[in-house]
Design a protein around this ligand. Sequence first.
Ligand code: AMP
Ligand code: ZN
Length: 144
Amino acid sequence: MNDCIFCKIASKELPSYTIFEDDDVLSFLDIRPVHPGHSLVISKRHDPDFLALDQEAIMKMMGTIARIGRAVKTATGADGLNITTNVGAAAGQEVFHVHWHIIPRFTGDGLRRFPQQEYASKEEAFAALSHIKSALAISTAKPA
Ligand code: AMP
Ligand code: ZN
C-alpha cells in the first residue's frame, strides 16, 4: 500500500487546492504557507526527490514551475519568490515525493537567507571544487 500523501493528492484520493494539472505535473497550495499563495509543484509519478528524476521529467517540471511562479508573483503582488526543493531529511524534506516550493517573498518580511560563511582558504575551496568535478564526471557517464 502506498502511504505517500502526495501520491494520494495526485490520484485525488485526498483533496487539494489545485492550481493546475496536466498528465505529468500537479500544482496546488501548500497547506501550511510561509505566506498565502505559497504553492507546490509535484510530479504525478512517485519519485522520492528531484535528483531521482530523468531528464524528460525534469524539463516538464521546470516549465511548469516557471509558469506557476509567474502566476504566484503576479497574483500575490510578491516582491520576490523563493523557488526551492529540499532533497533529503537533512535539508528539511518531510514529504518524500518530489516537489518544488514557490514561496512569495515581500521586502522586509523578516525572513532570512541561509547563513553563509567564507572559505577558510583557497585550498578548501579548490578541494570542494575538485571533489564536485570528479563526481560530475562520474554522474555524466550515467544515462540521461
Ligand atoms: P518539504 O519539507 O519540502 O518536504 O515540504 C513538504 C510541504 O508539504 C510542507 O510545506 C507542508 O506544509 C506541505 N504539505 C503537507 N501535506 C500537505 C497537504 N495535504 N496539502 C498541501 N500541502 C501539504
Ligand atoms: Zn508519492
